[in-house]
Ligand binder design. Structure first.
Ligand code: SF4
Length: 296
C-alpha cells in the first residue's frame, strides 16, 4: 500500500488535506487506519473522514457509530453528510417512490455528489476511498461489458486535477478483498460487516460472481485485469480526453451538462413524490477533533 500511496499522492511539502470516505466497513476503515499510520506523522498532511448517511434503516446507523468511534480513537476529524439533508430524500424513501429502479443507480450518483461536495467544502486536496482490488477489477469489467469506454478512461485514481472535482486516491486498489478483511480482523479493527439490503438488486453482484469464478479457475485474474487496465489507461485517456466541466446550474457541482445527474434524479424524485421534498440545502455536520492515539 505504501507503494500505491507514493504512486498516487504527490507530496511537495505544502499543506495537503486528505479526506477519507469512511463507511465503517472493513475497506474504508482499513484505508483510514493505514493512511494514518503511513502519513500521520507528517506535519504537511491532514487526515479527515466523511461518512455518507444514505438513510437505510438498520444498515447505516450501526456503521455510522463504528465510523464515529474509529475517528474518535484515531483523533481524526469526522464529518457526516446525509442524503436527507443534501438531497431531501433518504434511500428508503427513494426505493418506495421508484420501486422499479435499481436503488444503486440513485445511490451511486448521490454518493459521488455528497463526497465531492463535502470534500470541496472542507478544502480537501484528495478524496481517498477504500476500493480494493476486487472492486477495481469489477468496475473495469462492468465498464467493458457496457462498452462505456469514456467512463473506463476516467476511473480513478486521478492524476490530474479537474476544476471542482477532488481527485480520488485508491490506496487499496491492488489489495484483494480477503487480505483487507484479514488485516482488519487481525488488527482487531471494529468494522461493520453487513450487506446493504438493496445490494442484491445491483448489477455489480453479477460481476462479483463472474470475477470470483475467473479467479478460482485462474488465480491472478484480478491483478491481471487491473494491471492490464493501468497499461491501457493513458491510451484510453488520449483517445477520450476529459470533457470540459461546467458548474451545475442548480447546485454548482461539476458536470458536463447544464444540470448534474444528482439534480436530475432529485427532480425525478420530487415529481414522483408529487412535489414534496424535505430539504434541498447541503448540511455537513462536523464532529469535534479528538486527541490522537497511537497507530493501530
Ligand atoms: Fe447504496 Fe446500492 Fe451501496 Fe446500498 S448497495 S449503499 S443502495 S450503492
Amino acid at each position: 500500500m505504501k507503494q500505491e500511496i507514493r504512486r498516487e499522492l504527490e507530496l511537495t511539502g505544502r499543506p495537503t488535506k486528505i479526506v477519507v470516505g469512511l463507511s465503517g466497513g472493513k475497506d474504508s476503515s482499513t484505508a483510514l487506519v493505514l493512511l494514518r499510520r503511513f502519513l500521520g506523522n507528517r506535519r504537511d498532511v491532514t487526515l479527515e473522514a466523511v461518512t455518507v448517511d444514505e438513510g437505510i434503516e438498520g444498515y447505516r446507523p450501526p456503521s455510522l457509530e463504528i465510523a464515529r468511534a474509529l475517528c474518535s480513537d484515531l483523533g481524526v476529524r469526522h464529518h457526516v453528510v446525509s442524503y436527507r439533508d443534501l438531497i431531501g430524500f433518504e434511500m428508503d424513501r427513494v426505493v418506495r417512490l421508484d420501486p422499479e429502479a435499481i436503488p444503486c443507480s440513485y445511490c451511486g450518483v448521490f454518493r459521488r455528489h455528497a463526497l465531492n461536495k463535502t470534500a470541496v467544502e472542507i478544502g480537501a486536496d484528495y478524496l481517498a476511498t477504500g476500493l480494493n482490488l476486487d472492486d477495481t477489477a469489477e468496475s473495469i469489467l462492468m465498464n467493458v461489458a457496457r462498452g462505456d469506454v469514456e467512463r473506463l478512461a476516467r476511473l480513478g485514481p486521478h492524476e490530474h486535477v479537474r476544476p471542482g472535482l477532488v481527485p480520488r486516491l485508491q490506496p487499496l486498489r491492488m489489495i484483494p478483498e480477503l487480505e483487507v478483511y484479514l488485516y482488519a480482523f487481525l488488527k482487531g479493527l471494529r468494522f461493520h460487516d453487513a450487506n446493504c439490503p438493496y445490494a442484491e438488486r445491483a448489477q455489480r453482484g453479477r460481476f462479483k460472481e463472474i470475477l470470483h469464478r475467473l479467479e478460482e479457475d485462474s488465480p491472478g485474474t484480478r491483478h491481471a485485469i487491473v494491471s492490464g487496465y493501468d497499461e491501457l489507461r493513458s491510451v484510453l485517456q488520449a483517445a477520450w480526453p476529459a470533457a470540459t466541466l461546467n458548474a451545475c446550474a442548480r447546485c454548482g457541482e461539476p458536470t458536463v451538462h447544464e444540470i448534474c445527474k444528482a439534480c436530475d434524479l432529485k427532480e425525478r424524485l420530487r415529481t414522483l413524490a408529487g412535489g414534496s421534498v424535505d430539504a434541498s440545502l447541503a448540511v455537513v455536520s462536523s464532529g469535534k477533533t479528538t486527541p490522537a492515539v497511537p497507530d493501530a
